[in-house]
Design a protein around this ligand. Structure first.
Ligand code: COA
Length: 167
C-alpha cells in the first residue's frame, strides 16, 4: 500500500547471563537486516542467574551503544505473547555449532506453532565465537581466568566486581 511504512522489528531473546562477544556478533549481523531489534532478556524465576535482570539489561545496553537500532527489554512468560505484543516479524537466534541445531530447531518449531506468522531467523556465529557460552565465561572468570577477549569491557568489569563481592 502506497505511503504505508512497515517497520521490520525482530526480537533476539535469551538469558544473556551475561552477554558475550558471541551475542554481540549476532546483533551486529542482524541489525543490518532489520529496522529495529529488541534484545529480550528473560526473567526466569526457576533459573539461578549470576547477574540480576536489571544488571543483564544494563550490560547489554552498554555493550550495544554502537548499534543505533538495537534496544533492550525484559520479558517473562511465553515468548510468543511478547512477540505479538511488540508486533515483531521475526525471532533472531544464533547458531554456533551443529550441537545448537537440534535445540534451536525444536524451539523454532514450537514458536511457529504458537505464533504461525513469525519465523525464526538464524545467524551463524563467526568461527572465533563458536566456543563461547555464558556459562563457560562465568566459570573461567570466577576461577580467575582472563575473559577480556570473550566479553565486552563492561561485562569483564561486572564479572570482576562479582568476584570481589563473593571473595
Ligand atoms: N554466542 C555465544 N553464546 C551463545 C550464542 C552465541 N551466538 N548463542 C547462544 N549462546 C549461549 C548462551 O550464552 C547460553 O549459554 P549458557 O547456557 O552457557 O548460559 C546458551 O547458549 C543458551 O542461549 P540463550 O540465548 O541464553 O538461550 P536460553 O536457552 O537461555 O533462552 C529462550 C531461550 C529465552 C529464548 C527460551 O527459553 C524462551 O523463549 N523462553 C520463554 C518461554 C517460552 O516461550 N517457551 C516456549 C518456546 S520453546
Amino acid at each position: 500500500m502506497e505511503g504505508a511504512i512497515t517497520v521490520r522489528l525482530a526480537v533476539y531473546p535469551g538469558s544473556f547471563d551475561p552477554v558475550t562477544n558471541g551475542h554481540i556478533d549476532i546483533l551486529e549481523k542482524s541489525s543490518k537486516i532489520f529496522d529495529e531489534i529488541i534484545v529480550a532478556v528473560i526473567h526466569n524465576v526457576t533459573k539461578k542467574a549470576l547477574f540480576s535482570l536489571d544488571e543483564r539489561v544494563k550490560l547489554i545496553e552498554e555493550s550495544t551503544r554502537h548499534l543505533s537500532n538495537v534496544r533492550v527489554d525484559a520479558f517473562s512468560g511465553l515468548l510468543a505473547n511478547y512477540l505479538e505484543d511488540k508486533q515483531a516479524c521475526a525471532i533472531i537466534r544464533g547458531l554456533r555449532t551443529v550441537t545448537d541445531f537440534e535445540y534451536e530447531m525444536h524451539m523454532a518449531m514450537m514458536n511457529k506453532k504458537l505464533i504461525p506468522n513469525i519465523d525464526t531467523m538464524f545467524f551463524m556465529s563467526d568461527s572465533q565465537y563458536t566456543f563461547i557460552s555464558s556459562s563457560a565465561v562465568k566459570e573461567a572468570a570466577l576461577l580467575g581466568g582472563d575473559v577480556g577477549s570473550l566479553v565486552p569491557p563492561v561485562v569483564k568489569t561486572g564479572l570482576e566486581e562479582k568476584m570481589m563481592n563473593d571473595g
